[in-house]
Ligand binder design. Sequence first.
Ligand SMILES: [Fe+2]
Length: 245
Amino acid sequence: MINIFKNIFSSAPQEPPLIKTDLHSHLIPGIDDGSKSMDESIEMIEMFAAQGYTKLITTPHIMSHRYPNTSTAIKEGLQALQAELRVRNIAIEIEAASEYYLDETVMALVDKRDILTFGDNYMLFEMSYVQPLLMLEEMLFEIKVAGYKPVLAHPERYIYMYEEFGKYERLKEKGVLMQVNIPSFGSHYSKSIQQMAKKLSEAGMIDFLGSDAHKTPHLKALEHVKTQTVYSRIFEHNTILNNTL
Ligand SMILES: [Fe+2]
């Protein structure tokens, strides 16, 4: 009988902690596939604030073939956004880093130490969704030698990694931190992405949770997922570092 109660209680989800810092979004207007206007950015930021966020680290793409942004352009965009928040009297802290699409251009920035980081020298990076990056381990080595701590954006979205879960474990062993998108735990992307997010959570492999908000529907998905049991479970299996930032 005692065991039955034990099982009932151990399966009851805990109230999840409030995530106050988001570290992955596209809020600087007009420089990537995120917000297209200042008004849209403000609307998204107000939706973050309504969900209890007090700090946003926004991460425009630096992707040489599609969004060839620079550190300077991102910093200028951030200043314009901060000025607009002051004008509108919206009290939320906002910083900028970048979501780096790993390639030779980004590695040249690493060589020059021209990387926009967040927190403890964390560098958010992404890769192709369709094919493995052949020189990945060499690139990660150089990134770490340069003093950066690589954080893989949305590991659940690289479908070619699904065949072998050991690929994720190997990246963790190489010192890569993992940032899963909260909307992935719902139906925002696809069933397979949802399943992989859950698998990474159950394996205790998640370090950061992000919104990856490009548009207002992402904020709605974010809010919805936070009401789900699968979201509470993340905090039972993983040490989530967002609120240390
Ligand atoms: Fe992103």
